[in-house]
Write a protein that binds this ligand. Structure first.
Ligand code: SF4
Ligand code: SF4
Length: 470
């Protein structure tokens, strides 16, 4: 029985409820009256439930689809302005005991090079990342209690936060590692992590079990209930995601939103972020093995419908996607992207890293190229990490989002951190474009007092001071 308040994965992600929602969506995909009513509700900017959003995703009326895209763009502008938060993944180790069929780190892959960074190597990677200009990382590691126990992850986080190379600093470490116990999450929280991210991969239990034949990750319930345990362990910013291509995308979409509804219902705060990776080529992985690959058009529609359904949830796209696709989905709802990423272990220092990548990067531009490209599209690249450092997490963060007050912080923080980037890391042309952008955008800060303080702080940043934030 479907119950979004349940503690059990199979009840808050109820298979029959998903099938019923998809049947409802099919029955109404050309029903203008129902679609209009859903759009009307979506315009209130309080979100939609999985069933309503599934109708929009299935919608086959061209005119209504145009309205869905227009609304997604409008909501994106209203909640996130033209800011895009930047981050980079850092791969600590590709040792893994699991058997995931879509990932080259699976335990049976004997020809991929296995590598785990020492603390010294982490130091070198982090210095390389700081020298690019990154301030926010997402840590990645396979699941292996011998090679990558939690103690190793915790030690690595301490190492990362302790490094201050020139003007550099990593100010927020998000973590994307295997499901833990409540106590494990408590330790991660104490280590000062930002968001705990765990992708579901697929919400379809039967497919999940086939795709995860061996290892601890094969336990569907333990994996699906991980975000609950993270919340119970005190981590109130959690990230969801599915790997599109493994199962039918409409099924995954409904499951993803049901998961968000569950977290909101039980903990009073929905997911902090949703990621939308697609299966992509890697060492011994051919995406064509999976029958459910989605086109760029469907991908864009998924992003638009998530934006409309959960306006307050940040949305992340990685360098799995090529430049053109990223450009399209930025408009429709993406609020965070990675730049200059390496998806191999030790990839930031080595010119030709060993064969240790989790996936082939489609967008291979440097961070500086990505920053300049964003500004040329009139987006402000933001290296802001302020909220978690100011204790604005969980429901406190969400209530500021819902009231719109967070906007008073986001724009000035974006400009201040962009100015730091321009001073310390940008190529001359990027710097020129960025300074013009800052000049133009200061006038957009609505609150006069905040505007004036921002001007003062920008000036001090120009004189060498760092790390101002609201
Ligand atoms: S997806 Fe994660 S758990 Fe699965 S094989 Fe890859 S690294 Fe291991
Ligand atoms: S102020 Fe908070 S919500 Fe806004 S960009 Fe910074 S960290 Fe994100």
């Amino acid at each position: 029985m479907y119950n979004k308040n349940s503690a059990y994965a199979e009840e808050f992600i109820d298979h029959q409820e998903i099938l019923d929602s998809l049947a409802y969506a099919d029955a109404h995909k050309r029903d203008a009256a129902v679609i209009d009513a859903i759009l009307e509700k979506a315009r209130l900017r309080k979100g939609l439930d999985h069933r309503e959003a599934s109708v929009l995703l299935a919608c086959e009326l061209e005119e209504k689809n145009r309205e869905i895209y227009a609304l997604a763009e409008q909501i994106k502008k209203d909640f996130y302005g033209n800011r895009i938060v930047m981050f980079a993944p850092l791969y600590l180790s590709n040792y893994c005991v699991n058997g995931c069929l879509y990932c080259p780190y699976h335990a049976k892959n004997k020809h991929i090079a296995r590598k785990k960074l020492t603390q010294e190597e982490i130091r070198a990677e982090v210095i390389a990342l700081q020298d690019m200009g990154h301030k926010r990382l997402a840590l990645e590691a396979g699941e292996d209690p011998v090679h990558n126990p939690l103690e190793y992850i915790l030690e690595s986080i301490r190492t990362i936060y302790s490094i201050h190379h020139k003007n550099g600093a990593i100010r927020r470490v998000n973590v994307n590692i295997a499901a833990l116990s409540v106590d494990g999450y408590r330790q991660l929280k104490e280590a000062g992590i930002g968001t705990y991210i765990l992708f579901q991969e697929t919400y379809h239990k039967e497919s999940y079990e086939k795709l995860h034949p061996t290892g601890p990750k094969s336990n569907y319930a333990y994996h699906t209930e991980a975000h609950d345990r993270a919340m119970q362990g005190g981590i109130d910013d959690v990230g969801l995601g599915v790997l599109f291509g493994l199962e039918l995308y409409r099924y995954e979409f409904a499951g993803l939103l049901m998961h968000a509804e569950h977290l909101e219902a039980v903990y009073g705060v929905g997911p902090h972020t949703i990621s939308v990776p697609r299966v992509c080529p890697a060492d011994d992985i051919d995406p064509d093995t999976f029958d459910n690959g989605i086109s760029d058009d469907i991908f864009a529609k998924i992003v638009a419908c998530i934006r409309v359904a959960v306006p307050y949830t940040g949305m992340i796209v990685s360098t799995r996607e090529k430049k053109e696709v990223r450009e399209r989905v930025l408009r429709l709802g993406i609020s965070q992207i990675s730049g200059g990423s390496r998806t191999s272990v030790g990839g930031y220092r080595e010119a030709e890293p060993e064969n240790t990548s989790q996936f082939d990067v489609s967008d291979r531009r440097s961070l500086d190229e990505v920053v300049r490209w964003l500004m040329e599209l009139n987006y402000i690249p933001s290296f802001c990490t302020a909220c978690y450092r100011e204790g604005r997490t969980g429901d406190r963060f969400m209530s500021l989002c819902k009231s719109g007050q967070i906007q008073n912080c986001c724009l000035p923080n974006a400009l201040l951190t962009l100015q730091e980037y321009l001073e310390d890391y940008a190529a001359p042309e990027t710097k020129r474009i960025g300074e013009e952008m800052i000049e133009r955008q200061i006038a957009e800060i609505a609150n006069e007092k905040v505007r004036n303080i921002t001007k003062e702080r920008l000036e001090k940043t120009g004189q060498g001071q760092r790390d101002f934030y609201f």
